[in-house]
Design a protein around this ligand. Sequence first.
Ligand SMILES: Cc1cc2nc3c(=O)[nH]c(=O)nc-3n(C[C@H](O)[C@H](O)[C@H](O)COP(=O)(O)O)c2cc1C
Length: 221
Amino acid sequence: MSTVNQKPWILGISGASGQQYAVSLLRHLLFLLDDLVLVISEDAKKIIMDECAHKDLGSDKDGWIHFLVNDSYPGVYSLTQIGERYRGQTKKCRLTLVWNHEMFSSVASGSFRTSGMVVVPASLATLGKLAQGITDNVLLRASEVCLKENRSLILVPRETPLSLSALENLLQLKKAGAQILPAMPAFYHRPQVVEDIVEFISGKICNLMDLNHRALAAWEP
Ligand SMILES: Cc1cc2nc3c(=O)[nH]c(=O)nc-3n(C[C@H](O)[C@H](O)[C@H](O)COP(=O)(O)O)c2cc1C
């Protein structure tokens, strides 16, 4: 497994519960990647403010990046705590934030070559649109680009129970080439705190990204 990635990855965050999964993964990726583009949907912004921030973050990109990277809240290990696991590795990732309506951004084009994309958490609304080829925002368009260009697309739904349409959409997306990684934490690593449960999913995602990570899922299988 490699820790160096020449081409950027895209991290899409849509409006489902479990925004801690996205923040935890983001903090690990800052130590693992050279280049990361973050796309956040409008409903994800609202749910992040409700579940994590407990305040209005507005729409200032620097403020959002500072919050997602640096602030501490229950459910996600801090950047310092995660950084201690990557002793000897310099944090070097270039992080770019794109709002979901910015359709003229580079990630909306297949010409912008990437290693792939993770959507976490992936709402059923986003999955349903993607399964039908509806790409009317940046997150959906970038996901569709991954499918059409045969690039890695890792989708992390967070919903339970699942309706027939949700299951059919997931099957359709799997057939189209996406990898489906439901946010289903395990307990064989004996989690002590919520942060451990959340981080298990980050580790599973990093496994699919083929990254030599230090998230819990790799430590104690
Ligand atoms: C507080 C809250 C929690 C939600 N949690 C989920 C969820 O866990 N899974 C899901 O599929 N949708 C969830 N939704 C519904 C989506 O946010 C909604 O379908 C939205 O249109 C998704 O838009 P997006 O995919 O563009 O972000 C939630 C909505 C709210 C307000």
